[in-house]
Design a protein around this ligand. Sequence first.
Ligand SMILES: Nc1ncnc2c1ncn2[C@@H]1O[C@H](COP(=O)(O)OP(=O)(O)OP(=O)(O)O)[C@@H](O)[C@H]1O
Length: 256
Amino acid sequence: MTPLLSVRDIRKTYGSHVGCTDVAFDLYPGEVMGIVGESGSGKTTLLNCLAGQLTPDQGQVVFGTREAGPRDTLQMSEPERRMLRRTDWAFVHQHARDGLRMNVSAGGNVGERLMAVGARHYGDIRDSAADWLGRVEISEARIDDRPTTFSGGMQQRLQIARNLVTNPRLVFMDEPTGGLDVSVQARLLDLLRGLVRDMGLSAIIVTHDLAVVRLLADRLMVMKDGHVIETGLTDQVLDDPQEPYTQLLVSSVLQV
Ligand SMILES: Nc1ncnc2c1ncn2[C@@H]1O[C@H](COP(=O)(O)OP(=O)(O)OP(=O)(O)O)[C@@H](O)[C@H]1O
């Protein structure tokens, strides 16, 4: 099987400080990769390099595009990358306000993504938006309301609907359940797990919450000081960690 994403030799420094280095892995279609590690280990830096939001100092990120097959996204022009972000890629931010347009209605937030990929028929767009609101457990009656009137959990579910409505090939998620109440997190996680399974999503999820990767990720990368120090199947890494650092992480001794 051809990988959906092939990452080679990624390095990103901030001056003399290493953000992440020596990162290489393949992600296959339908696979969910979790990236875990304590605060400052380089998770977000890596995710942003992979998602084209940060330019690494070196490396390759070859992605299987729908339109033109495998392409090194780091060699693309900015307009090409922008197009990818609107079509094949999706990015779920930790803070829903970073991924939503807060002064546009819930239906508009979802419909806008469809229009960006060419949908023009108002009735169809509204129907899809209503359908997606239902899929993320937001009442259709709220379709004309702005996200500012939603709870944090609802905003996050709306952000997920906005991201998934166009059927992206790869979803990047940065702490998707972070900053929410514990009970809200559990519900969101459950919803995400259902969507990942039903849609056969390919995703890369950064989190410090091992419960999130336990439920969602097929494979794990553990990061420390900008390096990937352990990789493997999620259950294998969490149940039988090989590296002392991973053992600390799993036993919750580290503050992550
Ligand atoms: N814009 C920046 N300028 C300088 N150093 C940075 C910058 N962004 C991140 N770093 C440093 O790079 C390292 C990796 O940071 P990064 O945010 O990727 O870690 P993280 O694992 O995502 O942490 P957190 O879970 O707290 O978000 C850290 O030492 C951080 O201080």
